[in-house]
Design a binder for this molecule. Structure first.
Ligand code: FAD
Length: 576
């Protein structure tokens, strides 16, 4: 009977689970695992990143794009702490993730040893599975359990691995662990389906709200919306569930949403929620009936008073409803929504054609769209870049759009593009990020260069935390602590071995984008955008209007000047 290192047995197990890459940074407390990975480098690619946060954010983004578990690795202590942000992104956006962190040798635990951090305690809140490995023999079985639990609970499984235990030897004839994992969707309940059909047939003004859970049911969602002639609003991470150009599409709902979606919700008599846990109740109809489809029973009725809950997979439920509801050829409510949408798109086009310098972010989005491909993956960051991309980019069902939706962490754009190129090397990857967010992870542009991942990183450079500035204004506060110095990100790109193009005038924008598209190395397009471009809500509600009025009065009283405000025409259109 032969012997094998526990770490090597575990790496074999990873291969059996179909894990083909890991993001991370090696180091003393995890080096035995890294050595085992080195021996299998033809099967599992190791991406050495420049900051552990990028490893866990990339792992989360990989799963958002593929559904397969993302894996990241770091030493214990500081490396483990750096991973936290991407781990919370995975937790909050419900994606399975496996995290391997080193640990000081088992025999020294509790002695206040160098870099000793109680990682099991540290990860308690973020993890659905959180174990310290205590014996070489049980290590593979614990890994197996960790992966299953991460898939089943759609969350983060963490293993803290004392390096001496990873080094331990176990029998090479240990029973083969099964990597078979069958996640069955809950079966649909006939009575619920019947009740839903009746409600849908009765409704005059039904509105569908599609979330990220509807992205696995794009075909079925479209067929259902067309069958009953209902308008479809989407959540932010649901962008792409139905094409932005579909005639029933009425846009996002919420602060970054459209006015027609807001208005449709206000006059709806039936809300049909599909794969969404949408949190902003003020934007939902008041007192409408509601059908909610969700794979997770805990979500039914969580945010809205639900009349009929359908627990199950969105594709299956929508197929049934499409087959059994009465077809509606013409619905006056849909017509009204479409007329409002036509006006909305007209307003958006007026913004997009601004040929000004400094560049209007709206015009930049339109220019990005013109170089994008049929199956582009957009990895969007958090800040005003979220608003411009969500509102102005027309995303189709064949494209992908990912963001840190629940954690809302700045710095997710670049790691998302890295994951996109790993998952789909032949697809175009475009990261859209602000200078504030990009600066948090910019060192990892060199990772994209090192691993030859051609991508386009668009930095909206306004030398400001603009989203926060507008939060301050709408709350009636004065702008404070949101400005920072300029960085020439184009020069930085060149310093990393990539291509950098700084775009300062509108006339240079289109040629720069074409050059970026043609590049076979990663490119940063450092676009100097209008610092006064205000990401106004699609519908300005009374509290926001009051906040802006208070801010204006305060800036006159305290600063003796009136800050530059968005054009009155735009404000009034969105307010009235
Ligand atoms: P989730 O909360 O992840 O819900 C998805 C649901 O789908 C879950 O309940 C899940 O169980 C279910 N599901 C999964 N798979 C299936 C399946 N196969 N079948 C059926 N059900 C399934 N969001 C907005 O919508 N509007 C905004 O204005 C907005 N502004 C934002 C601004 C910023 C700067 C940021 C960072 C975020 C913003 N968000 C906004 C995002 C917001 O915080 C929430 O993350 C988002 O609204 C939740 O979207 P969701 O319900 O689609 O996703």
């Amino acid at each position: 009977m032969g012997k094998i290192k526990a770490s090597e047995a575990v790496v074999k197990l990873f291969e059996n689970w179909g894990i083909d890459h890991i993001y991370g940074i090696p180091g003393d407390s995890i080096n035995t695992m890294v050595e085992a990975l080195r021996k299998e480098e033809s099967q599992i690619k190791f991406y050495t990143v420049r900051h552990e946060e990028v490893a866990s954010l990339a792992a989360a983004a990989y799963t958002k794009l593929t559904g397969k578990i993302g894996v990241c690795l770091a030493i214990g202590g500081p490396g483990a702490i750096h991973l936290l942000n991407g781990m919370y992104d995975a937790k909050m956006d419900h994606v399975p993730q496996l995290v391997l962190v080193g640990h000081i040798p088992a025999r020294l635990t509790g002695t206040d040893y160098f870099q000793e951090v109680d990682t099991v305690e540290l990860f308690k809140d973020v993890a659905v599975y959180n174990k310290k490995i205590t014996s070489a023999e049980s290590f593979p079985a614990v890994v197996n359990q960790a992966i299953r639990t991460a898939y089943q609970k759609r969350g983060v499984a963490v293993l803290s691995i004392p390096d001496d235990i990873a080094l331990g030897e176990i029998s090479d004839s240990s029973p083969q662990l099964s990597t078979l994992f069958e996640k069955k969707n809950p079966g649909l309940v006939q009575d619920d389906l019947n009740d839903a059909v009746a409600l849908i047939n009765e409704a005059a003004n039904p509105v569908i709200l599609a979330g990220v859970g509807a992205k696995s049911a794009k075909k079925e969602l479209k067929a259902f919306a067309e069958r009953i002639s209902a308008p479809v609003a989407i959540t932010l991470p649901g962008k792409g569930a139905i094409s932005d150009t579909h005639p029933n599409f009425i846009g996002n709902i919420g602060k970054i949403g459209t006015k027609p979606a807001y208005e449709a919700m206000k006059s709806a008599d039936l809300l049909i929620m599909v794969g969404t846990d949408y949190p902003y109740a003020a934007y939902l109809p008041e007192g409408a009936k509601c059908v909610q489809i969700d794979i997770d029973p805990v979500k039914i009725g969580k945010r809205y008073s639900v009349t009929v809950g359908i627990v199950g997979d969105a594709a299956e439920a929508l197929s049934y409803l499409t087959e059994h509801t009465t077809p509606v050829q013409e619905r006056p409510f849909l017509k009204t929504c479409q007329n409002r949408m036509a006006t909305w798109w007209k307003w958006m086009t007026e913004d997009e054609v601004k040929k000004q310098t400094p560049i209007a972010p709206e015009a930049l989005m339109s220019a990005i769209e013109s170089i994008s491909e049929e199956d582009t993956i957009y990895s969007v960051d958090v800040g005003t870049s979220t608003v411009w991309s969500t509102r102005y980019l027309k995303v189709s069902e064949k494209q992908d759009f990912i963001v840190s939706a629940w954690l809302g962490t700045m710095g997710c754009g670049l790691p998302g593009a890295i994951a996109a190129k790993q998952a789909f090397p032949d697809r175009q990857a475009i990261a859209i990020t602000g200078d504030g967010a990009f600066a948090m992870v910019m060192q990892d542009f060199s990772t994209a260069v090192h691993y030859k991942m051609p991508m386009i990183v668009i930095v909206l450079n306004n030398r400001q935390l603009a989203f926060i500035k507008y939060e301050q204004q709408s709350a009636g506060q004065l702008k404070y602590a949101v400005d920072f110095g300029d960085i020439d990100y184009a020069k930085f790109a060149e310093a990393c071995g990539g291509k950098g193009i700084r775009v300062e005038t509108f006339d240079d924008l289109e040629p720069a984008l074409e050059e970026a598209k043609a590049s076979d190395v990663p490119v940063i397009l450092d676009v100097v955008v209008d610092v006064d471009a205000a990401p106004l809500p699609g519908k300005i509600v009374m509290d926001e209007a009051k906040g802006y009025a208070k801010f204006t009065a305060k800036s006159i009283a305290e600063n003796h000047k009136m800050e530059k405000m968005p054009p009155m025409k735009t404000v009034m259109r969105r307010f009235l």
